[in-house]
Design a protein around this ligand. Structure first.
Ligand SMILES: *[C@@H]1O[C@H](CO)[C@@H](O)[C@H](O)[C@H]1NC(C)=O
Ligand SMILES: *[C@@H]1O[C@H](CO)[C@@H](O)[C@H](O)[C@H]1NC(C)=O
Ligand SMILES: *[C@@H]1O[C@H](CO)[C@@H](O)[C@H](O)[C@H]1NC(C)=O
Ligand SMILES: *[C@@H]1O[C@H](CO)[C@@H](O)[C@H](O)[C@H]1NC(C)=O
Ligand SMILES: *[C@@H]1O[C@H](CO)[C@@H](O)[C@H](O)[C@H]1NC(C)=O
Length: 471
């Protein structure tokens, strides 16, 4: 008798666990549908008049309507938004590493976290088919790691978090496999040579045109992947040649621009800027000179089109507009682990006021609306910078000067503690004004524990079902 009821109990438990696991997994794979507005391109719209009564009824149902639209609705019934600029912006993944004394539970947590972040990327990529993906800096959680640890995290970044076709990561992976210290001396020579002969003031040093894939031939359906330097990737005032050399070796240039649609009446570009080297003081002031020469070059260009500026640190704004207010800190005798850092920039929440004015002036000269995507503050925030009567950029929650403004979207971190958000930026060409219109929304997921429960649930269900079957 006892065994009979035990077996009934196990079987029932197995069914319950299985049912709950299935529900959680459905949630995990369809979570954007719960926030379909915030988790879609701003221009995803059905054509008016194209729907049958039955279809419009289904589309109005929360969640199910979105699933229906994605998987069952005829594509011809949606407005064609294939010419839009579609950028998936991911904030501060900040992946941790394991040290010899890292407890096993923390190692497991790090392992799961990689796949949790990867799940967000895969889900959003499948749903949205972005033209560009930008990681807004702080790819890793600390700049003070050895080259070996840096390579190991790079591998995780490229295979678990943001898996790419082999062609995209082959060079990086081959380099990482060699596990040799990065050759920062050659980089040192290159940096100082260019500073001496004025190369950093020239456009050619930074220019790309109509890039949709970093490698050739272009792989259709794959977004262009853009990495941005964060303080945890290269450091603030403490950035060394080693830091910048290994970043550039594996993640691309720290400063550059890509121009698109150059010979149309609606040119636009992406500018990637290393904001860590703008304010100082820096251990290697050369990096500051170099980065300001990039800004100077941008300023001289007088670019006539519209710009998407991508950088890690948000621009200066008054207290109260975002969670992070103005803040800057320098290394002192008390907080510098090593003496050489004393006096250098330790951290800042925003770029300093003067810096912000200069950079915005250099990048956004055309007077046409632009957008800035940043990371760094983790909470996320949206503002507009308008030029006031004194020709000064002032941040606010709304547009104060319709003739001269830009938007700043500070992308909320994709970390589990911040609910695994993904930033969705749509650029849509308004045919009547000839201008790109920028929209931004932030798509929430949930804390990493839900992902864990979903996966542990699968293992548990299989185990319980097997036991239930055997006894
Ligand atoms: C990085 O990974 C390699 C290969 O798995 C390992 O030998 C090395 O110790 C790792 N580096 C660190 C700093 O843990
Ligand atoms: C940024 O990193 C991804 C891999 O995660 C890589 O495919 C891409 O080429 C990198 N970007 C540049 C400009 O190197
Ligand atoms: C347009 O692109 C070409 C390269 O395709 C470049 O040489 C030229 O400078 C660009 N023109 C403008 C106005 O940016
Ligand atoms: C284009 O811009 C005009 C003027 O701002 C506006 O009235 C119109 O709604 C816009 N069109 C679209 C399709 O957004
Ligand atoms: C997108 O932005 C434009 C202004 O740039 C605004 O008129 C429009 O309502 C926005 N669309 C959505 C869906 O938020």
């Amino acid at each position: 008798m006892a065994t009979l009821s035990t077996s009934r109990f196990v079987k029932q438990l197995a069914n319950w666990v299985t049912a709950i696991t299935i529900l959680i997994n459905i949630y995990l794979y369809t979570y954007p549908s719960f926030n379909s507005e915030r988790c879609s391109w701003a221009t995803t719209e059905v054509k008016t008049g194209s729907l049958t009564n039955w279809e419009s009824l289904v589309l109005q149902i929360p969640y199910f309507g979105d699933i229906f639209q994605q998987y069952f609705l005829d594509e011809s019934k949606l407005e064609d938004n294939s010419d839009d600029i579609k950028i998936l912006a991911l904030g501060d993944p900040q992946i941790n590493g394991n040290w010899p004394n890292t407890p096993y539970i923390k190692r497991l947590d790090n392992f799961g976290n990689d796949y949790y972040l990867g799940h967000i990327y895969r889900t959003m990529k499948r749903r949205l088919l972005p033209s560009h993906v930008a990681v807004m800096g702080d790819l890793f959680s600390s700049q003070w790691i050895s080259d070996s640890e840096y390579y190991n995290r790079t591998r995780r970044y490229m295979t678990r978090l943001f898996p790419q076709p082999e062609q995209h990561t082959l060079d990086a992976m081959n380099f990482v496999d060699k596990h040799e210290d990065v050759d920062w001396r050659t980089f040192y020579g290159w940096m100082n040579g260019n500073l001496n002969d004025g190369s950093f003031l020239k456009e050619e040093e930074y220019a790309y045109y109509d890039i949709y894939d970093w490698t050739k031939p272009r792989i259709e359906g794959q977004p262009l992947f853009i990495n941005i330097t964060g303080n945890h990737d290269v450091g603030y005032g403490d950035t060394t040649y080693q830091h910048l050399a290994r970043y550039r070796k594996l993640f691309g240039k720290d400063n550059y621009f890509i121009e698109y649609d150059n010979n149309t009446d609606h040119p636009w570009r992406i500018v990637v800027l290393n904001s860590l080297a703008l304010d100082g003081p820096l251990l290697q002031p050369e990096f500051q000179t170099y980065t300001w020469q990039f800004v100077e070059m941008l300023s001289k260009q007088k670019y006539p089109g519209q710009t998407i500026l991508m950088t890690h640190i948000p621009f200066y704004k008054r207290e109260g507009l975002c969670i992070d207010g103005p803040f800057v800190e320098y290394f002192t005798e008390e907080n510098a682990l090593e003496d050489y850092r004393i006096g250098l920039l330790k951290s800042e929440n925003h770029l300093q006021y003067e810096t912000s004015q200069k950079v915005l002036n250099a990048v956004f000269q055309s007077g046409k609306p632009g957008i800035v995507l940043t990371g760094h503050d983790h909470e996320g925030c949206e503002n507009f910078y308008s030029k006031d009567e004194n020709n000064v950029w002032v941040a606010d929650k709304s547009v104060k000067n319709k003739n001269f403004y830009i938007k700043e979207a500070t992308v909320r971190a994709m970390m589990g503690d911040f609910d695994g958000h993904a930033g969705i930026m749509t650029g849509h060409l308004n045919k009547s004004t000839g201008l790109w219109e920028w929209n931004y929304s932030s798509c929430p997921f949930s804390v990493q524990h839900v992902w864990w429960v979903g996966h542990v649930g699968i293992a548990l269900s299989i185990l319980l079902q097997s036991i239930g079957f055997l006894i």
